[in-house]
Each structure stands twice: as C-alpha cells, then as structure tokens.
Design a protein around this ligand. Structure first.
Ligand SMILES: N[C@@H](CCC(=O)N[C@@H](CS)C(=O)NCC(=O)O)C(=O)O
Length: 214
C-alpha cells in the first residue's frame, strides 16, 4: 500500500495516523502538490492529496473515502468510526466541523500564497476566519464537556479524535491557533493528549510550524 502526499497536509496526516494506529503497513511517497503535481496527476487527475494506492492497485482519492476503506478492511471490531447510533452521528459531526474548519483555513492560506498580492481580497479572508472559528467553537464545547481525560465520542480513540487533532495541529502550525484569540484551552488539551501517541508523533513535521510562522 502506498500513501501519496506530505504530512504537512492534515488530510494526508489523518490517513497516515490512522494507518499507523491500526498497524497497517504502507510506503510513504512524500510528494508535494507543488513540485510533484504531474506525477500525482498521473495517479489521480484531480491532482490532490492524499491518494492511496491499495494493495490490489486500486487508486483511492479523498481522505474521507480512504478512511472509510481502511475501516472496511480492518472490520467492525477495529473500525475507527463508530458503527451506528449517537456515537456515529456525533463522530461525523465533529469530523465535519474539523474538516470544514481546515478547508476555511486552507482558503485563507491560498488567498495569501496562491493569488497575486493585488488580488488579495480581505473580506473573503475575514469571512473564512469567522466560519473557521464558528466550527472550532463547537469543537471546543465538545472537548470541554468531555474533559481532558476522555475521548470525544467513545471510551476509546475514534476517527473524531484523530481528525480533530490533525486539523487543530495544522491550524496551530499555520495560523498560531493556540496562541491566538479566542483561546481554545479544552481543544488544546485534547490535541496535546493525541499528539503524545506514537501514531501522531511519528507523523509530526516539527519544521513545518517554524517555516509557516517564521
Ligand atoms: N477533501 C479533500 C481535501 C484534500 C486537500 O485539500 N488536499 C490539498 C492539500 S492539504 C491539496 O491537494 N491541494 C492541492 C490542490 O487542491 O490543488 C480530502 O479530504 O482529501
């Protein structure tokens, strides 16, 4: 199995953390959507990461579809998305809020990094930031309600914990989330708990935050 994409992407990283946590071996192709765009497009004409090339050669795109396949492969006992009921609904709610916040942050970044400076549109950036903080506020409430020693939706780590932590770490790396206003103390405590786990530690790019904020 091959995972294509750099761990600076929270979407790639949540797949990598999931693979490691489940003990599924994979080769990591550390390809950039900038410099390796053409060879990524040879596998997936969409040209986005993550891309997963499965053992049977199938090419999977989009982290949500990849995570769904991984849960399917390990079976219901080990699947990281709860199978049904309130836990599944709550996990999907938190995952959607986290990925939505990540997309809004990505829009803010691309406005700065991709668009010509004279076309930078501040009202769009302000709107994206408001949307991002709206979603993060709901995640903060959930983290606070569960307390620092509990997982978010179950008595074990689920995909909600992984996705929330990967995306919040990314937001801290690129936007200084945990040093900013408003503060997110309960979310920060949850992220620190997750980032201490081996699957997270082995996929953490420490240089990335320094480069983004330097
Ligand atoms: N919904 C997608 C989002 C993936 C995504 O936005 N990947 C970014 C890297 S963080 C990317 O490939 N950007 C290059 C592009 O869209 O051209 C997923 O969950 O996999």
């Amino acid at each position: 199995m091959q995972l294509i994409g750099m761990f600076d992407s929270p979407y790639v990283r949540r797949v990598a953390v999931t693979l490691r946590h489940l003990g599924l071996p994979f080769e990591h192709r550390n390809w950039s959507v900038g410099t390796d765009f053409e060879r990524i497009r040879e596998l997936s004409p969409l040209g986005r990461v993550p891309v997963l090339v499965a053992g049977d050669g199938a090419v999977l795109v989009d982290s949500a579809a990849i995570l769904d396949a991984l849960d399917d492969w390990v079976g219901p006992e080990r699947a990281l998305l709860p199978a049904s009921g309130v836990a599944r609904r709550e996990a999907l709610r938190l995952i959607s809020l986290a990925t939505g916040a990540g997309e809004k942050a990505r829009d803010v970044l691309y406005e700065r990094m991709v668009r010509p400076a004279e076309k930078y549109h501040e009202p769009w950036v302000t709107r994206c930031r408001e949307q991002m903080h709206g979603a993060l506020g709901l995640i903060e409430t959930s983290c606070r309600e569960h307390g620092p020693d509990a997982w978010l939706v179950d008595d074990r780590l689920t995909q909600a914990d992984i996705s929330v932590a990967c995306i919040a770490t990314f937001l801290d790396d690129v936007l200084g989330l945990f040093g900013g206003d408003p503060p997110y103390p309960a979310l920060q405590a949850h992220v620190e708990r997750c980032e201490a786990l081996p699957a997270f530690r082995s996929t953490r790019l420490r240089w990335f935050a320094a480069e983004m904020q330097g």
